[in-house]
Design a protein around this ligand. Structure first.
Ligand code: ADP
Length: 205
């Protein structure tokens, strides 16, 4: 076999190995259906779903150091500081159950978080699939007002959607520039959305 050909086979299998460890990242505002879709996709892929919202609520309930640090921000409905989230994710993705990939739901949510994740992933970063669930604002408001969680009331909802626009929307460009972004219309029946997401992830090989 010619040297170049051997080289490209090796590069090909390395690429495949990286892809199988790379996370699937969900973007999209509160109410877009991220949680449900992330759980379905993780099940389907047989990998863990890592929800930062769930992790923070668990930490709060446990009263541990992360919970105590995050509490005032969660109470106000503010984003929790980047250092806390970055540390939490760095530890979590080092767990053995993440070795064959994982689905990130709620992280990254700010540019510094996205940049930290690039560093953590190294060469694997370029194999990430980023899914942006798009839902019109009126529909988000309608869904969130029906959900009834403490942070889903009136002004709190507006506040979270505004945080999304200010802090998280820039990530759409960040990932688009890197050629990893897939936009998915989330204003459709759940099964149709799931089917599209699955197709996109399977196409990455
Ligand atoms: P939702 O997507 O409905 O806003 P989540 O359950 O994902 O809710 O998160 C709940 C809260 O946890 C957020 O409102 C925010 O305060 C905090 N949080 C979750 N993920 C992050 C993150 N990556 N960066 C900062 N804060 C976060």
């Amino acid at each position: 076999m010619a040297r170049e050909a051997r080289g490209s086979v090796a590069a090909g299998s390395l690429k495949h190995a990286a892809a199988s460890r790379a996370p699937v990242i969900f973007l999209g505002p509160a109410g877009a259906g991220k949680g449900t879709q992330a759980a379905r996709l993780a099940d389907r892929l047989g990998v863990p779903r890592i929800s930062t919202g769930d992790m923070l609520r668990d930490a709060l309930a446990a009263g541990n150091a992360v919970g105590r640090a995050a509490a005032p921000f969660l109470e106000r409905g503010d984003l929790v500081p980047d250092e806390i989230l970055i540390g939490m994710i760095r530890e979590r993705i080092a767990d053995p159950d993440c070795a064959k990939g994982y689905v990130l739901d709620g992280f990254p949510r700010t540019l510094p978080q996205a940049e930290a994740l690039e560093q953590m992933l190294g060469a694997v970063a370029s194999s990430c699939v980023v899914l942006n669930l798009e839902v019109p604002r009126d529909e988000l408001l309608r869904r969130l007002s029906g959900r009834g969680r403490d942070d889903d009331r009136g002004q709190a909802v507006e506040h979270r959607l505004q945080d999304y626009e200010d802090q998280t929307r820039p990530l759409v460009d960040f990932y688009e520039r890197r050629g990893r972004l897939h936009r998915v219309n989330g204003f459709r029946p759940m099964d149709a959305v799931s089917a599209d997401l699955q197709r996109i992830v399977e196409a990455r090989g």
